[in-house]
Design a protein around this ligand. Structure first.
Ligand code: FAD
Length: 275
């Protein structure tokens, strides 16, 4: 069972627990992006098992009236085994899904194959898939030029992986500047909307300004357990908000990452342990 301190960031171990969180969230006007926790598999059976779980999840979602979609990690569904394993499993999930399917972006060694897979499915499904791109990577402005002509949605994030200086901006101020530049390009050039994957109030305000200037649709995506009041407030103000909801038995590593990345999260965890 997930201890109460972790359940702030993880919806539960089972799909049922995650779906019940989605129901609560939808009642507050916030949509859901479900992510089964798991990554970096190097054996095909583990990758196939999680792909099976996603197929079953998207079939379950098709039978329910929920505002929910899924987001998958390439290394969870086979990229660490072979490009073929990844592509076969992604195709199974996309084919089974009536809901939107997001593809998360992992470290820079996976960028090309992930972009290629997205492109194929974006065209085949006429835009029922989305891709995450990372503003910290120096290549991203060029990737956005390529993505602008494709159907499907793009989620812009700052980037969660420690990348080498030769290919990535590593100073926070420079990453923020790159994020703004990418966001401006996306609002100006994208037809299918923009997903702002950030908790940063400055970036969210900037997105609202860009929406006023260019009229492009947008949504804000934030993680479960992070600025949840702001998520509900933004939704009440008419902004489309979707919460990224991790669930599954592999919750510990994810929870530990959340606690480490921010002093406030660590203090919250410490207080919960002491009380
Ligand atoms: P930061 O730059 O970390 O912080 C900026 C400001 O945001 C802070 O000053 C504060 O005001 C606010 N803030 C940030 N965190 C908190 C908090 N915990 N509590 C309160 N306020 C806070 N990365 C990838 O590399 N690949 C992915 O596929 C990917 N998918 C993601 C999907 C979603 C929906 C989200 C939200 C993030 C995803 N990320 C992904 C992670 C992303 O790259 C960043 O590492 C992460 O979002 C932190 O950057 P930030 O823009 O949210 O804010």
């Amino acid at each position: 069972m997930i201890p109460p301190i972790a359940s702030n960031f993880v919806a539960g171990e089972s799909p049922g627990a995650a779906l019940s969180h989605v129901e609560d969230l939808n009642r507050q006007g916030v949509g859901a992006i479900l992510n089964l926790l798991g990554e970096h598999y190097h054996e095909r059976p583990a990758a196939d098992e999680d792909a099976d779980a996603y197929v079953s999840l998207v079939e379950d979602l098709a039978a329910r009236d929920l505002d929910a979609c899924v987001s998958v990690k390439p290394s969870q569904i086979g990229l660490g085994v072979s490009d073929t394993a990844f592509e076969e499993n992604l195709a199974r999930i996309v084919d089974a899904a009536e809901c939107f399917v997001w593809i998360d972006m992992e470290d820079h060694e996976t960028t090309d194959v992930t972009l290629d897979a997205f492109e194929r499915h974006a065209v085949e499904t006429d835009g029922n898939v989305g891709l995450c791109v990372q503003a910290n990577l120096k290549r991203t402005p060029d990737d956005l030029e390529r993505l602008a002509s494709l159907p499907g949605k793009i989620r812009l994030v700052k980037g969660a992986y420690d990348e080498p200086k030769s290919i990535a901006h590593t100073k926070k101020a420079r990453v923020d500047e790159a994020y703004r530049d990418c966001l401006e390009f996306m609002f100006r050039e994208f037809d299918d909307g923009v997903a702002v994957g950030s908790h940063d109030p400055k970036m969210i305000d900037y997105a609202a300004e860009l929406h006023a200037e260019y009229g492009t649709d947008y949504e804000v995506q934030m993680l479960m357990g992070v600025r949840e009041e702001a998520q509900v407030e933004l939704a009440a103000d008419g902004v489309e908000v979707n919460q990224y909801i991790p669930y599954g038995s592999k919750w510990f590593q994810y929870f530990y990452r959340r606690v480490r990345e921010r002093k406030e999260n660590a203090l919250f965890a410490l207080r919960a342990v002491l009380s």
